[in-house]
Design a protein around this ligand. Sequence first.
Ligand code: CO
Length: 215
Amino acid sequence: MSSIAELFFNNQAWAQDLSARDPKFFEQLAVQQRPEYLWIGCADSRVPAEELVGLAPGEVFVHRNVANVVVHTDFNSLSVMQFAVDVLKVKHIIVCGHYGCGGVHATLRGDRVGLADNWLRHVDDVLQKHSTFLDSWTDESTRFNHLCELNVIEQVANVCKTTVVRDAWERGQELSVHGWIYGMRDGLLRDLHTSAHSHESAKSSYANAVSSLPE
Ligand code: CO
């Protein structure tokens, strides 16, 4: 069986298995989705959003890009966020980075990777902003880990500053934004303690999260 044919074979087995457990599963899902979570993560194949938090189809709205970056003028991520918040009324937005991120590593080393260099300039902005803290570490792997963490913390702050999230908070909609990081070596998530549920808490959580990284 070719590798592509295998994917169709796997798909049939997966659909049959879900239908056997819940005969109305696909019928109900086809009519409506009601996810409580929006996941903004890295495109890395080793960080499967739904799978690592044990959620089923219909339970998490997902946006992934290289190095889980949230750019103020990126209509792709902004449109995802607007639909998730305004229409689906998700209660949580999770920005999830991961240790060992190739995009973050290329930025840290100043490697040229091609077109993506332009995209990764946003991670370079994070690097420049926290250069004093990052330069205080002589060990490259520690610097790398901290840049992965800081990139998540900065992207959470970017999410909180979007008109989508600010408007939701202003009209009193229940919405929290979180920053997590995933460890590929142990499969575990870590909370970076940068959660925000209002404009004020976003500012204090950001300051706390940045200052609570080990000196
Ligand atoms: Co990555």
